[in-house]
Design a protein around this ligand. Sequence first.
Ligand SMILES: C[S@@+](CC[C@H](N)C(=O)[O-])C[C@H]1O[C@@H](n2cnc3c(N)ncnc32)[C@H](O)[C@@H]1O
Length: 265
Amino acid sequence: MDLQEAFEINKNTWNKKAAIHFESEFYDKHAFAKAKNSLNSYELNALGDVKGKSMLHLQCHFGQDSLSWAHKGAVVTGVDISDEAIKLARNLSKELSLPAQFVCCNVLDTSKYIEQKFDVVFTSYGTIGWLPDLKPWARMIYDRLNNGGIFYIVDFHPIAWMYDYNVTPPVMKYHYAREEAIYDEYEGTYANNKSKMVSKEYGWNHSLSEVVQSLIDAGLTINLLAEHDGSPYDVFPDMKLQDDGLYHLKDGLYPMIFEVRAIKA
Ligand SMILES: C[S@@+](CC[C@H](N)C(=O)[O-])C[C@H]1O[C@@H](n2cnc3c(N)ncnc32)[C@H](O)[C@@H]1O
């Protein structure tokens, strides 16, 4: 398959999604303008105090998380393939007087656009599934980190991507570590399931061992690997809000979230 064509199709879909998401209840721009925080306990606990640290935020969407880190004192650069998302992020940064840089590029090409090295590289919730191969991704992360710098990812667990969600109830259809792309076309988005927009997208499944091994092979030292049942987001079918404030699968059969933190020693 032609990867550039796949990235272009994904970019077009994300351009449409960005505009819809910006206005959605899910991303609640009014609440964000007040609180200036869209971050969850996983990433806040894992990264701790970021005041004064330089941070590269990969796949930053329209910038709420990037600007949340900026509000906490980090000096943030966000990267995303969607020019619409980057435009919205720059506008939001101005509107809320939360300075940050935003760069539009394929995350795999980050080092062609950004020479700076960072104290922290961060990426979260809905990221590596858009990338065909994690080896160049991990090498780029290594290259963009200062010595002693930290990489942190928190994302949906690879088991969640084994299901076809276009049928009710969802059926397990895709291999845990499937190499070929999965093409999907559906109406609506996770942030607005009533929207009539049609998402056309290519995605790739990555096992936990692929994530961890590509970071190790790139030269990073893993110091946190965790799997959790609770998701901050209610984006899969049959989830229920529990006392911990997170959404769990009603049948509780598998974890919804994983985290990996690594250091460039
Ligand atoms: C689910 S969102 C990330 C969610 C983010 N945590 C948030 O809620 O703000 C995925 C983002 O990845 C971006 N993206 C997808 N493929 C990409 C690629 N190859 N390079 C850079 N960004 C990409 C999309 O444009 C989108 O903004």
